[in-house]
Design a protein around this ligand. Structure first.
Ligand code: FAD
Ligand code: 2HG
Ligand code: ZN
Length: 453
């Protein structure tokens, strides 16, 4: 029996008697535990314990993060959400799902599809990443263009703070303006402000008609004009506009043996439409493709309507990261820029590095103005790194871009925050961290720059 100093007065419940224990032993043979040593772990609130012992904790979901945020730097305790994988509720009228943080994104998608709904986000790491990790990183992904960011679709969160307090903001309401919207602080906080234990999220209806088109363009300018054209002609059914360059295609061919589904081009686009009427969507898509071809914006293309071909076309975009891992040591940059400037950075980086890099590739979420610039070398190469940075960050700042569009700062990018945020904003972030996690036990060395610690 515990009597913590700050506990509220005990309410008038009955005391457990020997008869109660006998009853439970009868219905739960062998499963009633009364040994104080065995009960210890169930009675101790582990975060309270870590806080009082000043032990550092590293929350971990699917460990697919790309900025070193999900793994300990020294001897932090890894807190994995892998076993917290229950779906709690789903309301088939509103489309609101509540689940524990450790649910794998793809499992949630399968669950929802049976109910004619989908998750509002999708990413290449869906088979491993957890919804808690997605929220903690504010993951963007392939359909942000259509369904918006998690800052809009997440309706509620349950979070355990550094001192063990459970913050229950697990609302399932579309609208709730009662005071500050605290859950927003934890979306994208990369495990530094609290441990997300449950999420409620607004899910869109499953589209009745999905088409995927894979197109080739001669120049990036044409690719952007094609984007403008398809926004105008496809309108509300456009659900993704993604790109990869010919270097990515070469790596997909070489390392993953994925053949190019169309003829060789400098740039490739994956366009997805999702709608409720196959005939209407088909007509719109047909008109768009006719216009794009006759105005010579695109040089070649292929369309998929059935699942297996849709999957195959998507893998040309989703598996670029995997292809890069087979090419050598990869330096990764996840940059937000005004959309007209996104490929110029790749061109300038190639020119700047000359033959010092093995490959310099550009791909990403054109629709969101988000470039993934990856530079590969045969092995870790400090001289190459010194040539890439701060060049890439200074270039980005000149264009008023962000040095982390969707992957976060983690360990790797924490000290570059000032390229994208003014010092007052960073100082305020430090104050928020100090208020929510005064001992700084949650994911130390991550997100915030070293000069704040
Ligand atoms: P982890 O990697 O385990 O953790 C990431 C961060 O969140 C860490 O700082 C960790 O401490 C924290 N964290 C994890 N769980 C919790 C929790 N419950 N409470 C508090 N903090 C927590 N990202 C995109 O944004 N868009 C993409 O399109 C995209 N595509 C990808 C494709 C591939 C092939 C790969 C490998 C990665 C991709 N990513 C993408 C990056 C990554 O998958 C996402 O950041 C993802 O959201 C991380 O989820 P996770 O469960 O793996 O989190
Ligand atoms: C993607 O969009 C991911 O494919 C991964 O965000 C990007 O590996 C990368 O740099
Ligand atoms: Zn991405």
């Amino acid at each position: 029996l515990r009597s913590p100093a700050a506990a509220p007065d005990r309410l008038p419940f009955s005391r457990i008697t020997q008869e109660d224990l006998d009853f439970f032993r009868k219905i739960l043979a062998g499963r009633v535990i009364t040994d104080p040593d065995l009960l210890e772990s169930s009675n101790v609130d582990w975060l309270k314990y870590c806080n009082s012992r000043n032990l550092a904790v590293n929350p971990q979901g699917g460990n697919t993060g790309l900025v070193g945020g999900s793994v300990p730097v020294y001897d932090e305790i890894i807190l994995s959400t892998a076993l917290m994988n229950n779906i709690l509720t789903f309301d088939s009228i509103s489309g609101i799902l509540t689940c524990q943080a450790g649910c794998v994104l793809e499992n949630l998608s399968h669950y929802l599809e049976e109910k004619d709904y989908i998750m509002p986000l999708d990413l290449g790491a869906k088979g491993s990443c957890h919804i808690g990790g997605n929220v903690a990183t504010n993951a963007g992904g392939l359909r942000l263009l259509r369904y918006g960011s998690l800052h809009g679709t997440v309706l509620g969160l349950e979070v355990v703070l550094g001192d063990g307090q459970v913050l229950d903001c697990l609302a399932t309401l579309r609208k709730d303006n009662t005071g500050y919207d605290l859950k927003q602080l934890f979306i994208g906080s990369e495990g530094t402000l609290g441990v997300i234990t449950a999420v409620s999220i607004l899910c869109p209806r499953k589209p009745k008609s999905v088409n995927v088109v894979f197109l080739g363009c001669e120049t990036f300018e044409q690719l952007l004009k094609t984007f403008q054209l398809c926004r105008g002609m496809l309108g509300e059914i456009l659900s993704a506009y993604e790109f990869l360059d010919s270097e990515c295609m070469r790596l997909l061919n070489t390392h993953l043996k994925l053949p190019n589904p169309i003829s060789d081009c400098p740039f490739y686009v994956v366009i997805e439409t999702s709608g409720s009427d196959p005939k209407h969507d088909g007509e719109k898509l047909h008109n768009f493709l006719e216009e794009a071809m006759t105005s010579s914006l695109v040089t070649d293309g292929t369309v998929a309507t059935e699942d297996s071909k849709i999957k195959a076309l998507w893998s040309m975009r989703e598996r670029v990261t995997e292809a890069l891992t087979h090419d050598g040591f990869t330096y990764k940059y996840d940059i937000s820029l005004p959309v007209e400037q996104i490929y110029q950075l790749v061109t300038d980086m190639r020119e700047h590095l000359g033959d010092r890099a093995k490959s310099v590739v550009g791909y990403g979420h054109v629709g969101d103005g988000n470039l993934h610039l990856n530079v590969v070398s045969p092995a870790k190469d400090p001289a190459l790194l010194a040539a890439i940075e701060p060049f890439v960050y200074e270039w980005t700042t000149r264009c008023h871009g962000s040095i982390s569009a969707e992957h976060g700062l983690g360990l790797k990018k924490r000290n570059y925050i000032y390229y994208s945020k003014p010092s007052q904003a960073v100082a305020l972030m430090g104050n928020i961290k100090a208020m929510l996690d005064p001992k700084g036990i949650l994911n130390p060395y991550k997100t915030l720059p070293d000069n704040l610690k």
